[in-house]
Design a protein around this ligand. Structure first.
Ligand code: NAP
Length: 288
C-alpha cells in the first residue's frame, strides 16, 4: 500500500451495502502476491445511481469491478458486451474495462464448481445434484453445473415457480435433466444424490439447517453451502458429522474472486493462494 503512485491501477466492488464485503481482502492479497501495481476498493452505489456508477468506472479508468447485491442484473443495461454465459445466468458479477469499453462476466457458478472439485478431486460430469433454493445464486450454480455436464439437477424451493424458470433454461440449452419441486426433503430424496447444495440464506447467523439433520446422507455425497457466515453452518456440521466432503461457502466466494482476478490480469492463482485467503478470512472472523 505504501507504494501507491500515479501509475497504480484501481479495481473495485460495487454493491449496496458493501462495507461487509470480503472481496478487498481477496484481491489486495493477490495483487501483492503477484507483484501487480494495483489496489482494490469498495464503492457503495445507491440503486438509483447504478448508471452513473458504471459511467464513473468507465471514465475514471477503474480497470475492473466486481458487482454484488443488488446491482448484478441492473448493471447489464450499461455494459458494452456481455459474455454468453453471463447472459444465460441473467446477471453480471465481474466487469472488465478495456480502454473505456466495458465487458461483463459472471464467475459465481465457477466459484462453486471449483470449490466442489477442489474438495472432492472429482469432476461435475455425470453427477446427480440436488439444489435447495432458487434465487440468483442457484441460477448461476445450476447453469454452471449443466455447462460442466451434471447428469441431473433437482431444484427444491418453497416457491416452485422460481425453480421452474431455472429448470426450463437448463432443459432448453443442455443435456442435463432438470426438475423443479416444492417439498420437504426426505431420506428417499437424498439417497441417490451425489452433490447436495444449499443456496438459501438458511443458516446465516443461525443454527438452522435447510434440511432435517436426522437424515442420513449416502457416504459418497458432497455437501456445498453458499452461506459463509458462520464458516461452519448447521448444514456443513451435518456433512462433517457424516464424514462427507465439504465445499464451504467461503471457498465459493474466494474462487469466484480468483476467477475475476484471472479475467482481469491473466494470472491464475494457486490452491495455496485459496488456502492463504481462507486463513485471512478465518482470522478476521475470530477478531470480529
Ligand atoms: P436470493 O436471490 O434472495 O434467493 C434466496 C432463495 O432462498 C430463494 O429461492 C428463496 O425462496 C429461498 N429462501 C430464502 N429464505 C428462505 C427460507 N427461510 N426458507 C426457505 N427458502 C428460503 O438470494 P441469493 O443471491 O440466491 O443468495 C442466497 C444465499 O447465498 C445468501 O445467503 C447469499 O449470501 C449466499 N451467496 C453466497 C455466495 C458465495 O460466494 N458464497 C454467492 C452468492 C450468494 P423464494 O424463492 O421462495 O423466495
Amino acid at each position: 500500500m505504501s507504494n501507491i503512485s500515479s501509475k497504480t491501477k484501481v479495481y473495485s466492488v460495487i454493491g449496496h451495502p458493501v462495507s461487509q464485503s470480503f472481496s478487498p481482502k481477496i484481491h489486495n492479497y493477490l495483487f501483492e502476491k503477484y507483484d501487480i501495481d494495483a489496489v482494490y476498493v469498495s464503492y457503495d452505489i445507491n440503486p438509483d445511481h447504478v448508471k452513473e456508477g458504471i459511467e464513473g468506472i468507465r471514465h475514471l479508468g477503474i480497470m475492473g469491478t466486481n458487482v454484488t447485491i443488488p446491482h448484478k442484473i441492473e448493471v447489464m443495461k450499461y455494459l458494452d458486451e456481455i459474455d454468453e454465459k453471463a447472459k444465460l445466468f441473467g446477471a453480471v458479477n465481474t466487469i472488465k474495462n478495456v480502454d473505456g469499453k466495458l465487458y461483463g462476466y459472471n464467475t459465481d457458478g465457477t466459484g462453486l464448481t471449483k470449490s466442489i472439485k477442489d474438495a472432492s478431486g472429482e469432476t461435475i460430469e455425470g453427477k446427480k445434484v440436488l439444489i435447495i433454493g432458487a434465487g440468483g445464486a442457484c441460477r448461476s450454480i445450476a447453469i454452471q453445473l449443466a455447462i460442466e455436464n451434471a447428469a441431473s439437477i433437482e431444484i427444491v424451493n418453497r416457491s416452485i415457480e422460481k425453480a421452474q424458470v431455472i429448470v426450463d433454461t437448463i432443459n432448453e440449452h443442455f443435456d442435463t435433466k432438470a426438475v423443479a419441486a416444492s417439498k420437504i426433503i426426505t431420506q428417499e430424496d437424498i439417497d441417490n444424490v451425489d452433490i447436495l447444495i444449499n443456496t438459501t440464506p438458511i443458516g446465516m447467523g443461525t443454527e438452522e439447517s435447510p434440511i432435517n439433520t436426522s437424515l442420513v446422507p449416502p457416504k459418497h455425497m458432497i455437501v456445498a453451502d453458499a452461506v459463509y457466515k458462520p464458516h461452519e453452518t448447521a448444514f456443513i456440521k451435518w456433512g462433517l458429522k457424516h464424514n462427507l466432503k465439504i465445499a464451504y461457502g467461503i471457498q465459493m466466494l474466494i474462487n469466484q474472486g480468483i476467477h475475476s482476478f484471472s479475467i482481469w490480469t491473466g494470472v491464475h492463482p494457486t490452491l495455496e493462494d485459496t488456502e492463504n485467503i481462507l486463513k485471512i478470512f478465518l482470522e478476521q472472523q475470530k477478531n470480529a
